[in-house]
Design a binder for this molecule. Structure first.
Ligand code: GMT
Length: 375
């Protein structure tokens, strides 16, 4: 098979879509493909020099004549420049708007047969899809892409229901690098965080947006900690943080909740955790659940979007209704009190990551899509 030249555009800042795009690029590069990241800053997971990976920065200048900086035009222009100069075969964009629309414009500007693969990650559909001023642009971005993928079956269905594109959308699940996400020996962290021997550790990782319902995490934790000694690790930061701090104070949980803010090397934190809670009201996949499972941590998630495709209910964790704090807490207590059940769920979580979400297989799925287009 000939090696491909692939452009990748994503939002480079912290977020699951940027993580998946970057990890995919890194794995494709390891397989010999030439990868060109085109984005406004270096994707945060691209933290060292990688053979076969190039980065092209999109400069968005602020001109006084424009009310808003012309990011989309600058991106399309950079995509066209790189597509021609590097003779890209494919450009793989993450998010329909603006990235798929920019790629379509870039293809016209470049005047070459650049193939466009678009991956939908959720927010472009589940949030922007409700904005009538954007639905036509999303539909256009999807229909004019050569191949469109989504990160869960739920997102495929939602896209059809909301946007009605005349396009087949394939599910390609997210994956994690299992060389990084695995149980590591970080017992010393328990001591450093002041976690006692007999305390169970619950973890939540998100960007603290309202859709993540972090308040439910704290409320469910309050019920668990009334029954057994426990600590809650809150990892991440975002708009809900002030409300969460207030809630923790109101529930008198200051000594049990550890606010860690944004962190890297999450595998170290998962490795000291007994349970992960992701209780969102919108979630096309829930990458943090997969990361936790890869470190042997059972998860409780909500019955929305792609979460039930990631957590196998009653096997690797539990699925509960959004906002059902009683049920979430009771399932958490059941799992944390029964060490045999917990070990079983932990083993099954590891197994699921290595089968349904096997990174090699998922990267091959993307490769097959690219070869289908260029051959
Ligand atoms: O969840 C977020 O707020 C970030 C967002 C993103 O763009 O990175 O995450 C979306 O993409 C991730 C990677 O595919 C998924 O794991 C998340 O479930 C999805 N978020 C939502 O659907 C809300």
């Amino acid at each position: 098979m000939r090696r491909l030249k692939i452009g990748i555009t994503c939002y480079p800042t912290v977020g699951g879509s940027g993580v998946v795009a970057t990890e995919l690029g890194k794995m494709l590069a390891e397989k010999g493909h030439e990868i060109h990241f085109i984005s406004s800053s270096i994707p945060f997971r691209l933290n060292k020099i990688y053979h076969n990976i190039y980065y092209h920065q999109v400069d968005v200048n602020q001109y006084s004549v424009f009310q808003y900086p012309p990011y989309d035009i600058a991106l399309a222009s950079k995509m066209a420049e790189i597509a021609n100069r590097e003779k890209l075969d494919v450009i793989h964009v993450h998010y329909a708007i603006p990235h798929a629309v920019c790629a379509i414009l870039a293809k016209q500007m470049a005047g070459r047969d650049l193939k466009i693969v678009t991956t939908l990650h959720g927010t472009d559909i589940t949030v922007l899809g409700y904005d009538p001023s954007l639905t036509d642009a999303i539909k256009f971005g999807i229909e004019k892409s050569d191949v469109v993928t989504a990160v869960s079956n739920a997102l495929v269905n939602q896209t059809h229901e909301l946007i009605h594109p005349d396009k087949h959308i394939e599910t390609v699940y997210n994956f994690i690098d299992d060389r990084i996400y695995k149980k590591t020996n970080t017992g010393h962290l328990r001591e450093e965080f002041g976690i006692q021997e007999d305390e169970k550790v619950i973890i939540h990782v998100s960007n603290f947006r309202t859709v993540k319902r972090v308040q439910d995490v704290v409320k469910a934790f309050a019920k668990v900690s009334a029954i057994m000694p426990a600590k809650l690790l809150l990892v991440g930061d975002g708009p809900e943080m002030t409300i969460i701090c207030r809630l923790v104070r109101e529930l008198a949980l200051e000594d049990q909740v550890i606010f860690l803010g944004k962190q890297e090397n999450l595998e170290e934190l998962y490795s000291i955790s007994d349970l992960m809670l992701l209780l969102s009201e919108k979630e096309s996949f829930g990458l943090v659940v997969l990361e936790a499972m890869a470190c042997g941590v059972p998860c409780i998630g909500t019955n929305i979007g792609g979460i039930p495709e990631v957590i196998d209910h009653g096997v690797t964790g539990y699925i509960c209704e959004v906002g059902d704090i009683e049920e979430i807490a009771s399932k958490a207590i059941k799992l944390l009190e029964d060490s045999v059940l917990h070990q079983h769920f932990s083993d099954k979580s590891l197994e699921l990551v290595k089968t349904k979400f096997k990174s090699d297989e998922i990267v091959k799925q993307y490769e097959r899509i690219y070869y289908r287009l260029v051959n």
